[in-house]
Design a protein. Structure first.
Length: 286
């Protein structure tokens, strides 16, 4: 058998084995690699390459080495799940770099961080002044987690006491101009509804690149033609305006009628609608 064919077949076999190993070892190997993970990935790659090119003393020796470097990390990761001491040895510990706004110089030396390194990591977290940082920690993956001081944290609905409702994940109902029936059915909708909404927006189905529907049934579109302007959904605004109009009409009717029973009925309806508006406002006006 020619050498090129032998190397090709050997490479295909090692590639399949390495791909299987990556899947067995889990997705954590490919995201936020620790130093230990990086070493394992490099060694496995080197062994796979040398085995493919027949640079080892036989195929079985290369496969044996590859098997050891696959199974041993799996066993160590299993131990790490059980024992924190093993986790600390394999993955390292978190290190506090800033505590209560004070930069800990001894901790910077411990992790071999220069002041420039610290400031660079803070800038990546949109903290351009170290004085704005209450707490910063170096994670085992090498990333720096930052907690801003209370006065510098972004305003959220909770901090201003605004009540908001939960919102489910939007469903993608069209991709590349193709209608996706399963997400439509999951939202309780159908193609007829979709085509009606597209007609309202004045958009042809074949010109839709991506279409998504949120939990309120509003349709969001992105077109192949980037110069075309797509009207923004107005469902929530229309619902809010309709309820407000009904509430105002009930107040007018209550003031305009002379019949006590009708006045009481309209006044009660206006009060009930006002309560409904207060409860729905966080959902409809965000």
């Amino acid at each position: 058998m020619p050498d090129w064919l032998t190397i090709g077949l050997r490479s295909l076999g090692v590639f399949a084995l390495t791909l299987l190993a990556v899947r067995v070892m889990g997705k954590r190997q490919t995201s936020h690699l620790t130093f230990f993970d990086l070493i394992i990935a490099i060694v496995i790659g080197v062994i796979a390459a040398t085995t493919s090119l027949n640079l080892t003393d036989g195929l079985l020796n290369g496969l044996a080495a590859l098997t050891v470097w696959i199974l041993l990390p799996i066993f160590l990761f299993w131990l790490a799940l059980k024992y924190k001491t093993v986790r600390d040895i394999l993955m390292g510990k978190e290190t506090v770099l800033i505590n209560h706004g004070k930069v800990l110089e001894d901790k910077l030396k411990e992790v071999r961080f220069t002041p420039e390194d610290l400031l660079s990591h803070l800038r990546r977290k949109n903290a351009f002044k170290f004085a704005d940082v209450e707490f910063a920690m170096l994670e085992p993956s090498g990333d720096v987690s930052v907690l801003l001081k209370k006065g510098n944290q972004p305003v959220t609905a909770t901090t201003i006491g605004l009540q908001v409702n939960h919102e489910s994940v939007p469903q993608t109902v069209m991709l590349d101009g193709v209608v996706m029936d399963e997400p439509l059915s999951a939202m309780g909708l159908n193609r007829s509804w979709l085509h009606t909404e597209l007609e309202k927006a004045g958009v042809a189905p074949e010109n839709v690149f991506i279409a998504q529907v949120d939990s309120l049934g509003q349709l969001y579109l992105d077109l192949f033609d980037d110069t075309a302007q797509v009207p923004q959904p107005k469902t929530k605004d229309l619902v809010y305006a309709t309820i407000k109009k009904c509430q105002a009409d009930c107040e007018i009717y209550a003031l305009g009628t002379r019949k006590p029973s009708a006045k009481k009925l309209y006044s009660q309806c206006a009060t009930d609608l006002d309560q409904v508006i207060m409860e729905l406002k966080p959902l409809l006006k965000r």
